[in-house]
Ligand binder design. Structure first.
Ligand SMILES: [Zn+2]
Length: 196
């Protein structure tokens, strides 16, 4: 039991008390349930990898979104984490593509552009392509969005930033579907329109 509590408390967001509660809960479950959970954990570790195009998590060669031809190829929504894709998909407001950075720029913590999946985004962006910067509304999320904007504008991308309705300092995946849907719909264009 001590070993189980120790392992559970290593998970993000699980303190010693929650770990203890989970351990006792698991202890009371039937053996089949525990076996199913163990199998799911092992299978996830064996089968899941990042999509080579958008870096979402998938068990297929390419993720569900990238392999769906009915998705709007003209829009790429850039998010911090795979959990953000799930949250936006749940809102049902978005039919475009994604790009998952797997983090935000954080010089204080030694996270520079090379630690994120920024470079593979650039060849995906065509002239006139819309890119929605949907990083969180934290200081780091904003700084990351600004960095990307400066990188993407010279490529001729139409860059927009979500903002409306999202609490400042918020992580996307904790926003409810309605708020997230509105934040996407109310995105503001941040790149200058091309000179005519
Ligand atoms: Zn993908």
């Amino acid at each position: 039991m001590v070993a189980l509590i120790r392992e559970l408390s290593r998970l993000p967001g699980i303190g010693p008390k929650s770990a203890q509660r989970l351990a006792f809960h698991l202890f009371e479950q039937p053996r089949e349930d525990i076996e199913r959970l163990s199998r799911a954990l092992l299978e996830a570790k064996r089968d899941l990898h990042t999509c080579p195009v958008c870096f979402n998590i998938t068990d297929a060669e390419r993720c569900d979104v990238c392999s769906d031809p009915s998705r709007d190829q003209g829009v790429i929504c850039v998010v911090e984490e795979p959990g953000d894709v799930i949250a936006i998909e749940r809102s049902g407001e978005y039919r475009g593509l994604y790009h998952v950075l797997h983090g935000v720029l954080s010089p204080m913590n030694g996270v520079g552009p090379d630690k994120l999946h920024i470079r593979p985004l650039l060849p995906r962006v065509q002239e006139g392509q819309e890119v929605i910067l949907a990083t969180g509304t934290t200081v780091e999320g904003d700084a990351t969005a600004l960095y990307l904007q400066r990188l993407l504008e010279p490529l001729g991308a139409v860059v927009s930033r979500i903002a409306y309705g999202l609490p400042v300092g918020g992580a996307l995946e904790y926003a409810d579907e309605v708020t997230l849907g509105r934040a996407l719909a109310g995105r503001q264009r941040v790149s200058k329109p091309p000179q005519s």
